[in-house]
Write a protein that binds this ligand. Sequence first.
Ligand code: BEZ
Ligand code: FE
Length: 288
Amino acid sequence: MDFNETAALDAVVASFEGTSDPRLKEILQVTTRHLHALVRELRPTQTEWQQAIDFLTAVGHTCDDTRQEFVLLSDVFGVSMLVETINGDEHGTEGTVLGPFHMTESPRRELGGSIDLMGGSTPCLVTGAVVDDAGRPLAGATIDIWQCSVDGFYDVQEPEKQPPGNGRGLFTTDEQGRFWFRTVVPSHYPIPTDGPVGDLLGASGRHPFRPAHIHVIAEAAGYRPVTTHLFVADSAYIDSDAVFAVKKSLIVDFTEIDDPAGFEHYGMTGPFRHAHFDIRLGREGGPQ
Ligand code: BEZ
Ligand code: FE
């Protein structure tokens, strides 16, 4: 081959022609086309290309059993959300990123139980139901919940302060598909910035914050599970999530209830915040 910009592309694409798995062949050839297009457009110097290699090497070196810097990189480029959205079920509640903090098993709790093991903050009651694509309740569905504290830290980030399982709970819906549990309103918080992805955000003048949210994985036999969030409506950064994970349908009012009739109605003993959110699941094998 006489090397020039287009001949190089054609030669590399052709080199993958014998890949026996058709999907892998497509992935390799499309990746080649886009990589070559990126380099032809950017025309990096040797030094810049080495910087790119060094950056990706640093991303790799930052990964270990509990830290996944490549996922974080995919998050801040909006690619995690793109993959999530491409694979979403249009008959179910919209999904968002899983994030890195679903790393321990949530303790099983009774409906109405509290996932706040710290106390001392305004309580919050979350109520809702898991329903099918026609709005029919799904009894026996599970919802796995995890969230950070009022100060913006997950239990695993503050093992000396928070008991394990704080902010986490696994609940099973009742006969009418309902769930309810007590918690506190989580805070907005920064994604990890002590690695190369943090350097990238810093260099581009981007903030690292995520708006306040509660993570949910909802599952029911025969239905497609959903991994999603409830976003706190009035949270800081609701319009500029560092990982682009906010969808309008997932923003929920956490209403302040401060009248005694309200306390009584919900079985609470004083002022609290109330959020209500129904989760819809599409049928397994059903239309997408
Ligand atoms: C989270 O919500 O836990 C999260 C998601 C993406 C990156 C970092 C944190
Ligand atoms: Fe989170």
